[in-house]
Write a protein that binds this ligand. Structure first.
Ligand SMILES: [Zn+2]
Length: 527
């Protein structure tokens, strides 16, 4: 009888442990098998790591950031608590972010094909733990895991409202925990120019500050008042090149790429405050955001800017926008009309395409590829361009797939983090829309399993997001759903279970200084 009771107790404990373990990790791993016992991570834990040179230094720098300040141990010595990071070929996956994790009472072993995989195994280990004073208690388990998509992103618009280096680095720390591997920075737009360009200092002297913080007061036909930093009540800011390099380096430490976006040929109002002759003749920041495609100087200007941008950002991809240009401006411009005549261009849509093709060619000549919003499909863009689909799984995405372009899925319907996440009556002003956590989570970025879909991303546009705490509020927890959509196989997704894990993740984020939306008081939309 005693035996049976003991067995039942052990079984119940195992089930409890299993629940605890699996109830914690975001994104949900592909395969997680609970085991008995607990591993304790503390400042006494020693690290055994077979990485070499740059990869080793990067891992060690990251480990030093963690609260436990784990030091390297020596193989063969008796140690109470060991984390072993072993780069070696995984039998179950060749994916470069895959890992296996085996947690037993005295040892956690992470194996991966690359150092990125080891990093993600470590994130899973950290998430499986419960903080207990200065230690982390981790229920024993075995995990085999790899991502569904190679691209899992978060976009931050630092033009409409400026967010500085320290804020961006703080977000990198949190996002990496949930295996987001791309930070897309929307750097230039009509809200302000946000990156120092050495060759064109007026960009940050005259176009990085504006007369009012308030978006509605600024963005209207009587507005678009840009100013210098020393103007009384000026609002704005920019990243110096040193700031931007620091962000790139910090992101690399967290196995995250940074993709910069310069939005062209529309959305350039701020540029004309600094260099007015890049607009069509007679146009001003108030009357146009479109570059003059008839003016050869526009091409040399952006090639110079991109040359500096490529020196700062090593990413394979550079985002060149391409969205929402008001093409009617070109129809009235003598220079643009002349260009159309000379180049045998029939209409202004093709004129935009002529511009994008030339810029794309410039990137390719420098070993980079272009990402553009899905409007770039209106023209005959090259196959190497990646389409960022914001208008959804409809026509644009189908067109990209037919033509063989790779696609990143960021539809407004499921990925726009500037939309309301709860009953608008209860929420700070948002741009519109209604996108609660469940709707983000229910999205499948690739229902037909096309090999052209590279991944998915949450976009935080900031017209109505003026403060750091508000930016975090809009991001968390919805980005956690994007993270799971980007990593976890569709069949492993389960909203009630995710919801529980997200509440727990928000508690963790809150305790580490992030302002999150409170899921426990979510009302849902009131019709
Ligand atoms: Zn023009």
């Amino acid at each position: 009888m005693k035996d049976i009771l003991l067995r039942i107790t052990v079984l119940a404990l195992m089930v409890l442990m299993a629940l605890q373990t699996s109830a914690q990790v975001i994104p949900q791993p592909v395969e997680l098998t609970p085991a008995t016992g607990t591993f304790t991570l503390s400042s006494e834990t020693r690290v055994l790591c077979n990485l070499k040179s740059v990869e080793r230094n990067r891992m060690m720098s990251y480990l030093r950031e963690l609260p436990w300040k784990m030091r390297c141990g020596k193989a063969g010595l008796k140690m109470e608590s060991v984390v072993e990071l072993r780069k070696s070929r995984l039998p179950f996956s060749s994916n470069n972010e895959a890992y296996s994790l085996t947690v037993s009472p005295h040892k956690a072993i992470i194996k991966a094909n690359t150092d990125a995989g080891l990093f993600y195994g470590l994130q899973t280990l950290l998430q499986m733990g419960t903080e207990d004073g200065n230690t982390l208690k981790v229920a024993c388990a075995r995990v085999n895991d790899y991502p569904r998509f190679s691209y899992r992103g978060w976009m931050l618009d630092i033009s409409r409202h400026f967010f500085n280096r320290d804020f961006i680095k703080k977000q990198i720390r949190a996002l990496a925990r949930y295996k987001i591997n791309t930070l897309h920075l929307h750097i230039t737009d009509n809200g302000g120019w946000r990156l120092e360009i050495k060759k064109y200092p007026k960009l940050t002297q005259r176009a990085a500050y504006r007369a009012t913080e308030d978006w509605m007061a600024f963005c209207n036909p009587q507005g678009f008042d840009y100013c210098t930093r020393d103007t009384p009540n000026s609002y704005g800011g920019y990243l110096t090149q040193a700031d931007a390099r620091d962000i790139v380096e910090y992101a690399a430490l967290h196995h995250m790429q940074v993709i910069p976006e310069l939005d062209i040929p529309g959305h350039n109002n701020e540029l004309f405050a600094a260099y007015p002759d890049l607009a069509c003749p007679g146009k001003t920041p108030r009357t146009s955001g479109e570059l003059c495609i008839g003016n050869e100087k526009v091409f040399s200007f952006y090639q110079d800017v991109l040359t500096e941008v490529m020196r700062i950002f090593p990413s394979r991809y550079i985002h060149l926008g391409g969205d929402e240009a008001n093409r009617s401006n070109w129809q009235q411009c003598p220079l643009c009309l002349k260009r159309m005549k000379e180049e045998h261009i029939d209409n202004v849509a093709e004129l935009q395409n002529y511009f994008m093709l030339r810029m794309e060619r410039f990137l390719r000549q420098h070993g980079r590829s272009m990402i553009g919003w899905d409007e770039i499909l209106d023209g005959d863009i090259s196959k190497s361009a990646v389409i960022m689909s914001w208008r959804g799984a409809g026509e644009a995405t189908a067109k990209a797939k037919t033509r063989g372009n790779k696609v990143l899925m960021t539809p407004t319907s499921n990925c726009y983090l500037d939309y309301y996440q709860d009953d608008p009556q209860t929420q700070p002003k948002a741009i519109g829309g209604y996108l609660p956590l469940k709707k983000v989570y229910d999205y499948d970025p690739n229902p037909d399993n096309s090999s052209l879909v590279m991944g998915t991303q949450g976009n935080l546009w900031t017209e109505f997001v003026a403060t750091e705490s508000h930016a975090e509020y809009m991001t968390y927890p919805r980005i956690l759903a994007i993270a799971e959509n980007g990593w976890t196989p569709q069949a492993r997704k389960d909203y009630p279970d995710f919801h529980r894990r997200a509440i727990r993740a928000c508690a963790y984020l809150k305790s580490h200084g992030y302002n999150t939306f409170d899921l426990t008081t979510e009302k849902g939309k009131q019709e």
